[in-house]
Design a binder for this molecule. Sequence first.
Ligand code: PLP
Length: 449
Amino acid sequence: MSESRILQAYAQKTPGSARLYERAGRLFPGGVTHVVRAMQPHPLFVERAAGSRKWDVDGNEYVDYFGGHGALMLGHNHPAVREAVIAQLSRGCHYGAAHELELEWAELIQQMVPCAERVRFTSSGTEATMLALRVARAYTGKPMLIRFAGHFHGWHDHVATGAEAPPGILPEIAARVLLCPPNDISRVREVCDGRDDIAAVILEPTGATFGQIPCPPQFLRDLREITARRGIVLIFDEVVTGFRCSTGGAQKYYGVTPDLTTLAKILAGGHPGAALVGRAQILEVMAPRRSGTRTELPAVVQQGTFNANPVSASAGITTLRLLCASDLIERANRTAAAIRDGWNAVLRRRGVNWCAYGEFSGFNLFLNPDKEAVSPQDIYAGKVPWTKLKGATPIELLQKIRAGFLLGGVDLIGWPGGPVSAVHDERDVDQTVTALDNLLTMLESEPRT
Ligand code: PLP
């Protein structure tokens, strides 16, 4: 048993999860089905969810900021999405054929996302970024990829590497990735000036992990200019930010149009679904080629059993329509701002030099490893090194924070922080602010390690 009182209290509150975790240990490596769901002493097993809340197998209620890993902009089980999905299920879940819903879904995307001249659906964000890179390499005939430290693009081989290949990934693939520090435009210029073999640059346009390392809009404008001049394909990974920063994603909000964009999560209204969208000329590499009377396979061949499946399409269409016809995105932004402000007020009152920051409908807690005075403005001005904003906190502290919030009835993503939905309300904000206050009290009486 852990010496941490917080982890002990969490274990006492969640005996049903502990029992299921025992079973999970005999089934799944590490007892989990996604690496970020792992936690000490056991993960939370959830039974049901509605709106902004979810309930674990012991009947405990939580304000949920996992939000389906960011997919649930309308919260859990939104009535309009549920009805659309049920209606579609009664008409069939997979036709193995083209269908009108995929057209409607793609037309909406075309209208909403500035760069989306053409659309190709995939089943996950990982597949979408994998396809984006293959398309960019096929289109340019060049092998190299620039990406940025800390930015996440899924778990396929081309984005899971830095300069070195982790076990399981071929060194030859890692050698095709030029990893740059985030937000360092001189470094990008230097890398590009020295060579002519770069196919693409990929980044999260609000910065690593939905702005945990914020990205200044000027960096996007500079990147656009550098890549356009050199014929390098600029890819915005808007798997999280698409339909969250604005109805047309970060690119519409900032007025910077990339060549390609990857979309997922909100795109499919909480169901599996994603897309690669972008300039028609580039995506043409996926169209079959005509040679005289013969039709040949496209340069880039894409399959996928569940691409544009009608159930995900129905959830996606309903969600995108609701976002277009309402102020739901702004509502989620206001709620996230209230959480950030509430947390910063608690931190100031208690004299704790952590700091809440974030943009749009996101909030992050900066745990300030060097304990220097810091404000959200310092983070946005780039005064805090990116290495301190992401990956600097010991896992033991992160686990206590997550468990401490769960004791306060709040489930955060382990950044710590989370994406806010359009259905989180004032009561959720109050509970989230109180949970931080209580966590700080609990941390004060933790045994020193
Ligand atoms: N890109 C970004 C920015 C993401 O946040 C994620 C997932 O969280 C992915 C890509 C991968 O998406 P998926 O989990 O659907 O494969």
